[in-house]
Ligand binder design. Structure first.
Ligand code: MG
Length: 281
């Protein structure tokens, strides 16, 4: 038993991949992008889906809470729309100029000769734009994004009868025996989606550190065996192995990453592995 514990500890200190969320993780929440994004989602629901404006705030909140993203929730309750159209509307009009170049983070990332991969629920155009604004477009081996887990063919496969499930009513008066409908969208924090993402990128969760600003994503990450770092707060929530106020604090919080990299640089830097959706601006 004692031997097993010691063995596990030795294994635990060895990482060969850093997996990063994008929004509000690689740049701070204070940029204001998240607020603008939420506003665009509300506008999409009013303008494109014909939902009453007075219902948007509550509906958004419930869908986000129950399905991981508002988009996944909208699809689950029965709305049909083109995924690219949604992303173009919600992300396409974001004030990207609010995201500033981050040479400090760039230096930190480039000083670590181990695999670095992005895992975002956002679309690939958004991810490329954000990374370009941050000046980090060449710092990652690849991006796992919306399209990686939800290829175009999957957007039209689930036919519905046109009826919209009343999630607000359902949650305020839960009927016994009626379950929330499932979403056809694969995204964090669904364990199934996260498992698939890791498989696509050939990532071993036991040897990977996962950075995300969402507590529930971090908890899901923990569930599938990742070492987890909650970003944007110094308060370590349940499921987080570590908490970092800013992504800039990686080096202070995890100095062993650099120590290990120095010790076994040759072994760790073993080349690139292809990911379906590569980083292309
Ligand atoms: Mg995030």
């Amino acid at each position: 038993m004692e031997f097993e514990d010691r063995y596990r500890k030795v294994q635990r200190t060895k990482y060969d991949c850093l997996l990063f969320d994008l929004d509000d993780t690689l740049y701070p929440l204070s940029s204001g992008i998240a607020v603008e994004c939420l506003k665009n989602i509300g506008d999409y629901m009013v303008e494109k889906l014909g939902i009453e404006e007075s219902r948007i705030a509550e509906l958004c909140n419930l869908l986000y809470k129950n399905y991981g993203t508002t988009m996944a929730g909208l699809r689950a309750v029965g709305y049909k729309f083109d995924h690219d159209d949604y992303h173009g509307f919600v992300h396409g009009r974001l004030p990207y100029e609010k995201i500033k170049p981050d040479p400090v983070l760039r230096h930190i990332l480039l000083s670590l000769p181990i695999r670095k991969v992005i895992f975002t629920n956002g679309d690939k155009i958004h991810a490329a734009k954000v990374l370009k604004r941050l000046g980090l477009e060449d710092c990652f081996e690849g991006i796992i994004c919306f399209e990686t887990l939800n290829p175009p063919s999957s957007s039209s496969e689930s036919e519905t009868d046109g009826r919209i499930f009343d999630i607000v009513g359902h949650l305020s008066r839960p009927n016994e025996g009626v379950e929330l409908p499932k979403t056809p969208i694969l995204c964090k924090p669904y364990v199934e989606a996260m498992d698939q993402a890791l498989k696509i990128a050939n990532i071993d969760p036991q040897r990977t550190i996962f950075f995300d600003d969402s507590v529930r994503n971090v908890q899901a990450g923990k569930q599938i065996g990742l070492y987890t770092v909650l970003v944007g707060t110094s308060h370590r929530a349940k499921g987080a192995d570590y908490a970092l106020e800013s992504i800039h604090n990686i080096r202070e919080a995890l100095p062993e990453l650099w120590e290990e990299a120095e010790k076994s640089e040759d072994v760790l830097y073993s080349g690139k592995v292809a990911i379906e959706t590569p980083v292309t601006a």
